[in-house]
Design a protein. Sequence first.
Length: 178
Amino acid sequence: MKLGEKIRYLRSVEGTVRGLGREMTQQEVVRAIQKDLNKTISQSYLSQIENGVRPHLTNSTRLLLARFFKVHPGYLVDDPEGYQTELMSHLAASEDRLDLWLIDGSERFRRDAEVSQALLKLSLRHDTRRCLVLMNAILGTPGLVDRLLEVLAPSSSASGGKSDAHGRGQQPARRSQL
């Protein structure tokens, strides 16, 4: 995949993440970079990158775009000759589906900012599956959830669900469905 295609793809993902239901326009990206990062890039420069007129980025532009789109700066280059995306492993394809499912869940729970943000952060990890396996181990260890919440998120532990004698969270009376 060429750099320009990657930028267009990232604009599409960013539009989904921001709840637009469509890809962000180049101008929207320029404005969001200004607002979110207090940095500037011109729409014409972004257009030149996407159209292949500028096949290479300056290091500062690469770092800026990587920070905005939350990708590794090394992603923002043309893929090497012969690189085949269809050779993606079954596990990587599953991870991509899982990430999209989490992004959708983040949108569905947008009224609960903590849950929405947690789902989105998880989807942006390169090792989403591994994080979920870790969460399973944490949930299976009696009392660990409460101890971790007390240390890492004291405000959440005060408002969160209670645990039974085995450290399992009790279900709230009403549950939202994904």
